[in-house]
Design a binder for this molecule. Sequence first.
Ligand code: FES
Ligand code: FES
Length: 165
Amino acid sequence: MINSRESRAKTKISFTVNGEPKTVHAYPMERLLDVLRLELGLTGTKEGCGEGECGSCSVLMDGTLVNSCLVPVLQAEGSNVVTIEGLTAGETLHVLQETFLECGGAQCGICTPGMILAAFHLLNRKPEPTMEEIQEGLSGNLCRCTGYSQILDAVAEAASRGTTT
Ligand code: FES
Ligand code: FES
């Protein structure tokens, strides 16, 4: 339990981000979203609603898809976080990033990192999902631009290429 005095003091918090150990000095209740973007410079993670409704800020924490706008950074202590930056290998895009580009699944781009991480999470569990399973897997992520069909096509296309990791 964090008392109010402790919650006002910055503390050292260590966790792994995209395979690299990181230590930040942050307020325990600071949002993981802000620490990723402002402390660690990982601006691929986007803020949409800031209220846990849109999924734009999705990251993987110990393999679970979480809304980083709702996660106090203290909760990330000792965890393994993956952001959209963690999916690329140097200059090489992940297959999901390629298919989102090819299928028009990214327009303004605010939802895109969260969508791709949700799709990545889905395909790791279900490499050959049905369209219904893709819809279900992305149901926590909202898009104002695309009408969703290009996004669903992009995920199906990535699944058909068979490489998700
Ligand atoms: S910004 Fe986190 S869910 Fe919308
Ligand atoms: S591409 Fe704009 S919100 Fe999805």
